[in-house]
Design a protein around this ligand. Sequence first.
Ligand SMILES: Nc1nc2c(ncn2[C@@H]2O[C@H](COP(=O)(O)OP(=O)(O)OP(=O)(O)O)[C@@H](O)[C@H]2O)c(=O)[nH]1
Ligand SMILES: [Mg+2]
Length: 397
Amino acid sequence: MAAGFLGRLNLRVLLVIILLVVAVHYLITPFVSERFRHATEDEDHARILVKPEVAASAPPAAVVAAPAYDWSKFSPYDPPPRTERRAKACFVILVRNSDVHDMRVTMRQLEDRFNKDYNYPYVFLNNEPFSDEFKQLTSSMASGNTSYGLIPKEHWGYPPWISQQKAAETREKMKDIIYGSSESYRHMCRYESGFFYRHPLMDQFDYYWRVEPGVDFLCDIRYDPFMLMQERQLKYGFTISLHEYRDTVPTLWKTTREFMDKYPQHVAKHNTLPWVTDQALTDYNMCHFWSNFEIGSVKWLRSEQYTAYFDFLDQSGGFFYERWGDAPVHSLAVAMFLRKEEVHWFEDIGYFHGPFYNCPNPKALNQHCHCNPKDSLHLSGWSCTKAWGELPDTPKA
Ligand SMILES: Nc1nc2c(ncn2[C@@H]2O[C@H](COP(=O)(O)OP(=O)(O)OP(=O)(O)O)[C@@H](O)[C@H]2O)c(=O)[nH]1
Ligand SMILES: [Mg+2]
């Protein structure tokens, strides 16, 4: 009897507790979701989703107390120990809402292979407002903060000097070339050539790492590539280089030569033009860094030289009257403005953007990868990486 009475009493207490929990839940839910809404929806979608657990957490146990590492002796075979130092750097990703699932595949790998230990932030950019679904599914994947920027109309559209009629005729004429008939692809290429680094969300960063939805990261990255860029004063880093389709850039070289004639002061004395042309600057050999992967200096892209070059190209109309890609544009800028020592091949970063791989060949580098070194593009005739390596070093002053 007594046990039955106690049992009934416990049941009553349990019911009251459950009712209390449900009531409290309903009372606080509107405030919590309201807070989330404000954190993600801003006029320009530029508010940052802060990860309190990242901001507040103590450094992981494996972190070494700031040893004086000599970055001039950096080698991927013997990577520097992880410290608490970070560069002012972010991943920057131009992406559509519909790419959210490919985006997550890539982010998962980037986190597992690198960023879970470094917590660098992500900047997502889009010509349309990001959906709540996109923001939720990407912020939940990131160990660093995420921010979502809407591209201003002036950066994704026709500038006033472009004839839209002529642009449409070009697309018709070029319809047999890859993306030749696409209008949005041209806006994308122009944006990646001249605008992504000018988005206000990029103001706080010194270095960017360009990422695309759907690409794969195939090796553990056992050091901080951003710190390598910073400490070695590198301006541009790549994984894959190859030859461009000539039909997409018929007058890019002629226009680039006109630029060099008009602004000879912008061309570096010890440039890397021999990588893209002969001594007489006769023609462009189509070598370029594949820009779907880039780690670069924001300051360099915002420099007077690069700005003058982009503006000159933009005025000529080739982004719309041909189909100039951001990859050859960035690459020709590297060739004109940078010394060999300011550019770095990330041989050790295993990377796949269909249909090409960068996969480290040396066993010591490949042992933390899941790719076949034989598939690496740098071994094929399509690649220009060997030629890059054979460029002479800059003479010592
Ligand atoms: N927001 C937005 N992003 C775009 C658009 N077009 C392309 N992108 C992004 O721009 C980058 C380059 O576009 P891709 O279509 O991958 O161009 P690609 O690498 O030359 O071509 P693929 O071989 O098809 O990958 C990717 O990060 C895309 O997600 C667009 O119209 N809007
Ligand atoms: Mg792509």
